[in-house]
Write a protein that binds this ligand. Sequence first.
Ligand SMILES: *Cc1c(COP(=O)(O)O)cnc(C)c1O
Length: 374
Amino acid sequence: MQTIHMCDLYGQYFTMKEEIDSAMQEVIKSTKFIKSGKVVDFEEKLAAYLNTNVITCGNGTDALQMAYMALGLKPGDEVITTPFTFVATVETAVLMGLKPVFVDVCQGTYNMDVSQLEDVITPNTKAIVPVHLFGQCANMEEIMAIAPKHNLYVIEDACQALGTDYIFKDGTKQKAGTIGDIGCNSFFPSKNLGCFGDGGAVFAKDDKLAGTIRSIANHGMKAKYQYERIGVNSRLDSIQAAILEVKLKYFDKHIQARQKAAAYYDMHLAELAWIEIPRRVEYSTHTFHQYTLKTDRRDELQAFLKTKGIPSMVYYPEVFHLQEAYKFLGYQEGDFPVSEKLVKTVLSLPMHTELDEEQLEYIVISLKEFFYNI
Ligand SMILES: *Cc1c(COP(=O)(O)O)cnc(C)c1O
């Protein structure tokens, strides 16, 4: 059996090696490393896939920061998000002088508990920032109903959910990140659509807003050396765009491979009474950036899997409201009990596009061995 990886980027590269190598060579030969036609081509193709405007940028963290900048949020404005997420969602808000306000997550989906939103909305609240954690959407239909009642923007942190479909009650579908005012994405290597370094993108349906974001990403430039606003330098380089353009062709196939691995885990792990497999919702597909289960014996299980040569990861081992850097927000232990419990019980299993049946079988047999004590 092949070594089991948490995420097998090299194995995946091998399935597209010729195309990726030649796309990279093309960029090298052109020496247009920055802002070449490759970047434009990739943006156009991703825009067609998502049916929205796409502005590529340096990484997902920049995407979030530029979203806050583009909406003109001011120091002291409050943005509502969750304490069980990756640091970038919260960090960029604080960097912009905004005040992150948390609501807890649902224990089944790990996503924003929308029933708590209206309790924390104040006259200073300006935006709701749902994170589509692990590849499944937060309840966008509810969020999009609450936001206009209070004049709030919605910024989707879709960094883990590119390709996920949100399914509205009337049956229509929209891609994660294209429902709110702005969507943010990351092309970090292990993300659903990953490049070979850093990369990111901002999505905005509104053409004027998209133009503002494009200007912000380019030093606030309007025309050459004419600056209309304060901006940043955040761009996807041409080699990454060339790689992503190749990988986008296989993106749906790669999502299906993740879903197939998840279905295998589901089918074989559901019988284990000691674990809870990831919950699915009717309003979203799941693209399984991570396959994350819950068990009260998390640490023991992780140590056991390690002895079996099976990697696993804890996403995330800490909640933000109790982290040293975010103590100043004034939250206490017990404020978000669901998130606080999750950091002690979640475990993500190997999940990538190259997992084969032999590996999956070995992983589930090892989990059964642990719980049935055989
Ligand atoms: C990865 C990630 C980001 C940041 O993306 P980078 O490209 O690493 O800057 C932001 N939010 C979430 C939820 C993420 O998973």
